[in-house]
Design a protein around this ligand. Structure first.
Ligand code: FAD
Length: 490
């Protein structure tokens, strides 16, 4: 237990909040500076005339990261936050009219893929078993520990972990990995889609990303009661109980350092001393704006950015029994879609559309007889776009596609509307180009090129969040908070 030492955290995203709790438990005097007036970063709530929308993340996996955090703090999670497993991870819609339910029971899922697509059941079972095996061995080591720490590489399980990895995990793309293991093009497309979990391109990202389906299909997806916003709300209550101080509406202007040691931060021209500083903000922004180190900032950009998103929050004045909590309407030409997103840096005219509807899970999320649609398409990480033009074109393509596949005029049911662009995501959270997950995994070495959770150049400065190791998304952000607090404890 360290007492009397001051830790300052810049940003209250999920990783910033989780780090604040861990450091408070470790005995630090913790203060979080957040530039917005609410906590949670990319996780916030939009309310429009009785429709409630989770603005950012909508898919909740691996609740064990949160359970472990509450246990670490000596609290019972159920007193703060409740969640339940969802039997269908996602409903997939193809232009051909085929609809596939991705059951989280792997035998039901394999049967469904066989009945709807003609995919041999054993292909699906074998795939998910291999995904589990690689996740349990490799994933568990590389995602839970710092990659720059000798103890990670000397971990007793490292040799058996490396042995479980095949050449196609390392040297093939996710798409080629899937083509070897699956027969039908639709099943390949379903399993390719997991590259978008961290904003990557399945035609570039390594086969290693085939461990991601383990999370959704084997471990399952979960619905937090009250929606995703209940996660930052629960963390805020826990953090305050542990004595964390939150200063809202306070933008940090500078991380102050001596020669090679952190001294504190500057907020509104006032110096706040600290023994350690943790930046929860995009690491590119941290170097460029908070440390004034443009060379290091540009080095971060050598790794390709993850994709961003364009989201329409639609209050729909009708219910659609054929839709579920998570729904995906696939593009007919997935390869071209990713070429547009990552190479041409353009939206594709036939986008893959994701719709999340929490009113399917509980009352009160939308007025009676209506639904709250979170409608998202992948967006390129691009600069200087004419967002009015882009939004209007994407909106038309999305409405045309949904109306075509669902056989109704969707536009006529839109009662309320809000839009979030990549530029809006950047403005709100300082994530460069609105990237959802920091850097992409579009290269074999991406996992190793991600910025570490500390820097040897400035003692006492640490990084937690989606743009650093082990990566973006709620589960990995929670893991980054644990890695950082463990490094600090060491
Ligand atoms: C639309 C969308 C959909 C997503 N879908 C999913 C999903 O379904 N499942 C999933 O797991 N993940 C999803 N993600 C990704 C997930 O939201 C992020 O990986 C995660 O929330 C990032 O958390 P973070 O801790 O890195 O901090 P962030 O949420 O990026 O927060 C950083 C915080 O720092 C603050 N800040 C910035 N600059 C300063 C400053 N100078 N001073 C003080 N404060 C500052 C910001 O205001 C912000 O609050 C999605 C993201 C988006 C945007």
């Amino acid at each position: 237990m360290i007492s009397g030492r001051k830790a300052i955290i810049v940003g209250s995203g999920i990783a910033g909040m989780a780090t604040s709790i861990r450091l408070a438990v470790q005995g630090f005097d913790v203060e979080v500076f957040e530039k917005n007036d609410v906590l949670g970063g990319k996780m916030y709530l939009i309310e429009k005339n009785g429709f409630y929308f989770d603005a950012g993340p909508s898919l909740f996996t691996q609740p064990q990261n949160l359970i472990e955090l509450f246990e670490y703090a000596g609290e019972t999670i159920g007193e703060y936050f409740n969640f339940s497993k969802v039997p269908i991870a996602c409903k997939y819609f193809f232009e051909s009219g085929v609809v596939v339910n991705a059951y989280t029971d792997k035998h039901d899922f394999a049967k469904e893929l066989n009945e709807k697509l003609g995919e041999p059941e054993h292909n699906v079972i074998d795939y998910l078993d291999e995904s589990a095996r690689v996740y349990e061995s490799v994933g568990n080591i590389f995602l839970n520990y710092s990659l720059r720490s000798a103890s990670t590489w000397l971990h007793p399980r490292i040799f058996s972990a490396m042995k479980s990895v095949g050449l196609s995990h390392l040297f093939g793309t996710l798409n080629s990995f899937n083509q070897i293991r699956l027969k039908t093009k639709e099943a390949v497309q379903i399993f390719n889609r997991f590259a978008t979990y961290n904003g990557s391109n399945p035609f570039k990202a390594p086969g290693m990303l085939s461990l991601i389906p383990h999370l959704e299909q084997n471990e399952g997806t979960f619905y937090p009661k009250g929606g995703m916003i209940s996660i930052p709300n629960a963390l805020e209550r826990l953090a305050r109980k542990k004595g964390v101080k939150f200063s809202l509406g306070k933008s940090v202007e500078k991380i102050v350092k001596g020669n090679d040691i952190v001294e504190g931060v500057e907020v509104g021209g006032i110096f706040h001393p600290a023994d350690i500083v943790i930046s929860n903000v995009d690491v590119y922004y941290t170097y460029k704006n908070l440390l004034g180190d443009i060379n290091k900032a540009n080095k971060v950009l050598k790794n390709e950015r993850s994709s961003s998103a364009l989201i329409f929050y639609w209050g729909i004045n009708k219910t659609f029994p054929d839709l579920h909590l998570h729904n995906i309407f696939f593009s007919n030409d997935y390869k071209s879609e990713f070429e547009h997103l990552f190479e041409k840096k353009q939206f594709f005219h036939d986008p893959t559309i994701y719709i999340n509807i929490t009113s399917k899970m509980e009352e009160g999320q939308a007025p009676d007889g209506k639904e709250n649609w979170f409608v998202m398409v992948n967006a390129p990480a691009m600069e200087g776009a004419d967002w009015v033009k882009e939004v209007s074109e994407v909106r038309k393509n999305v409405i045309d596609k949904l109306s075509r596949i669902m056989g109704v005029d969707i536009a006529s049911y839109i009662q309320e509307e809000e839009v979030l662009t990549p530029e809006g995501i950047q403005r709100r959270t300082d994530s460069y180009l609105g990237s959802l997950y920091g850097t992409s995994s579009n290269s074999k070495w991406a996992a190793f090129l991600r910025h570490a959770n500390y820097t040897t150049a400035v003692k006492g400065l640490f990084f937690a969040g989606g743009s650093v190791h082990p990566g973006g998304g709620i589960p990995l952000c929670l893991k980054s908070a644990k890695i950082v607090s463990d490094l600090i404890k060491e």
